[in-house]
Design a binder for this molecule. Structure first.
Ligand code: GLA
Length: 387
C-alpha cells in the first residue's frame, strides 16, 4: 500500500497545495478467466497493492499529472483533452478523463501526483487501479458523483476506446467494489455481485513469473476475436443464445462445424469456466477448500490447453506449487501469456511455500521470481488528508 503522507508532501513541494486523495487497489482473480466480456462469471479479490492519486488546484493555468513511478510529468489542457493514445503511461489517466467527459464529467484545470505499488504488466491490474483512482479524483474535482459500478464502466470504456485493450469489466469492477477479506463473485451479465469470505487460515500467495504481458493489442485481443467468432456461430445456430453465457456445451458441439477449431476451444474454456466459478463460489462459501483447489487446478488446465493462454514459466510455477505442503489450489491469474499465479495456501505453510517456490523456480527456470503474500483488500476510497 502506498503511504499517503510522503506522497502528499511530494505533491505540495511540486504543486503547492494538496486538496484530496483517492486510492484504488489491484486485484487477483481466483477463478473465471476471459469470461467477463461474454456475460460470464468471475471471482476476483482486491489486493493490498494500490495506486494513490493526490490532487490540488492548477499551478499556472494548465493541468499536470506527475507520475512518481515513471518519474515523468504529463502536462495538458483539461478543457481540450487528448483524443488519441500515445502508448505510454499517460493513456490511462487521459483515457479516463476522455471517457468521463462523454458522461458529462468535466474537470477544471488541476494538478495530480500518482503513485502505485501494483506490479506493472504482471496481470494484477495495475492499469485498472490507476484508472479508478484517477476517475474518483476527477469526479471530485468536477464536483460530480457516480455509482461505483458506473465508475467501473467508465474506466472500462477508457481501456476499450482509448487505450485499445478489448478487456472486460472485471478489473475495474473489483478495483471499485472489492471487500476486505472477501472475494467477489461478479455476474458480468447484470453486474450483480456477492462477497464470499476467504477463510482466515488461508493465505493468498501470488507468484510473479516475471514474464511480462501487455493487453493493448497482441494475444489478449486475438483471443477475444476468436471468442467472438465462436459466439457469432452459436448465435446464428440458436436464437436463444444472445451471448456466450447462454450457451451450453451441447450447443457448442452442435455448432462446431461452423467455427474454426480455435474458436471452438476458446469457447469451450469459457463455457466450462462459468460452471467452475459457480461451483467454486459454493465450495468457498461452504469452506470446502479441497473442492476449491480441484476447481482451480481444472481451471488452470482449461486456460492452458483450451484457451492457450499460459506459458512454460507459469506452468512450472503451478507444477512446483502442487508439490508443496499446504497448497489448496494454484492457477494462472489474469489476462494470460505470462504474469502471475494465484495460490491459496494454508497460513501455517505460507512462508515456507514462498521460500520453496522461489528457490525451486530459480533453479529450474533461472528466474528470480517476486512472491507476494497478500490480503484481500477493500475497493477504491477517498483517503483523509491530515490537517
Ligand atoms: C484482463 C482483462 C479482464 C479479463 C482478464 C481475463 O485482466 O482486463 O477484463 O478479461 O484479463 O480474465
Amino acid at each position: 500500500m502506498i503511504a499517503l503522507e510522503p506522497l502528499v508532501r511530494r505533491h505540495v513541494e511540486r504543486f503547492g497545495v494538496a486538496e484530496r486523495a483517492f486510492q484504488a487497489p489491484g486485484r487477483v482473480n481466483l477463478i473465471g478467466e476471459h469470461t467477463d466480456y461474454t456475460g460470464g462469471l468471475v471471482m476476483p479479490a482486491a489486493i493490498d497493492f494500490n495506486t494513490v492519486a493526490v490532487v490540488g488546484p492548477t499551478k499556472g493555468g494548465r493541468s499536470v499529472i506527475h507520475s512518481v513511478d515513471f518519474k515523468k510529468e504529463f502536462e495538458f489542457d483539461a478543457s481540450a483533452l487528448p483524443e488519441k493514445a500515445k502508448h505510454d503511461w499517460t493513456d490511462y489517466p487521459a483515457g479516463v478523463l476522455w471517457s468521463l467527459k462523454q458522461s458529462g464529467v468535466v474537470t477544471p484545470q488541476f494538478t495530480m501526483t500518482l503513485q502505485g505499488d501494483v506490479p506493472l504488466g504482471a496481470g494484477l491490474s495495475s492499469s485498472a487501479s490507476i484508472e479508478v483512482a484517477v476517475a474518483l479524483a476527477a469526479l471530485a474535482l468536477a464536483g460530480k458523483s457516480m455509482a461505483l459500478t458506473d465508475v467501473a464502466l467508465a474506466c472500462k470504456k477508457a481501456e476499450n476506446g482509448f487505450v485499445g485493450a478489448q478487456s472486460g469489466i472485471m478489473d475495474q469492477y473489483i478495483a471499485c467494489c472489492g471487500v476486505k477479506d472477501h472475494a467477489l463473485v461478479i455476474d458480468t451479465r447484470d453486474l450483480g455481485s456477492r462477497a464470499v469470505p476467504l477463510p482466515s487460515d488461508v493465505r493468498l500467495v501470488i507468484c510473479n513469473s516475471m514474464v511480462k504481458h501487455s493487453h493493448a493489442g497482441g494475444e489478449y485481443n486475438e483471443r477475444r476475436a476468436e471468442v467472438e467468432e465462436g459466439s457469432r456461430a452459436l448465435r446464428a445456430a440458436n436464437p436463444d443464445i444472445h451471448e456466450l453465457r447462454d450457451a451450453r456445451l451441447e450447443d457448442l458441439e452442435e455448432a462446431r462445424g461452423s467455427m474454426s477449431e480455435n474458436a471452438f476451444l476458446r469457447c469451450r474454456h469459457i463455457i466450462t469456466e462459468n460452471v467452475r466459478v459457480e461451483e467454486a463460489a459454493t465450495a468457498l462459501a461452504a469452506g470446502d477448500m479441497k473442492r476449491m483447489g480441484e476447481l482451480m487446478a481444472e481451471a488452470h488446465a482449461s486456460y492452458r490447453d483450451d484457451f492457450a493462454a499460459s506459458c512454460p514459466e507459469v506452468d512450472l510455477l503451478v507444477e512446483l506449487a502442487a508439490a508443496e505442503p499446504g497448497l489448496i489450489g494454484a492457477r494462472l491469474t489474469g489476462g494470460g501469456f505470462g504474469g502471475c499465479t494465484v495460490n491459496l495456501v494454508e497460513a501455517a505453510h505460507a512462508e515456507a511455500f514462498r521460500r520453496d517456490i522461489h528457490s525451486a523456480y530459480l533453479e529450474r527456470a533461472g528466474i528470480d521470481a517476486e512472491i507476494y503474500l497478500c490480503q484481500a483488500a477493500a475497493g477504491a476510497s477517498e483517503l483523509t488528508l491530515a490537517k
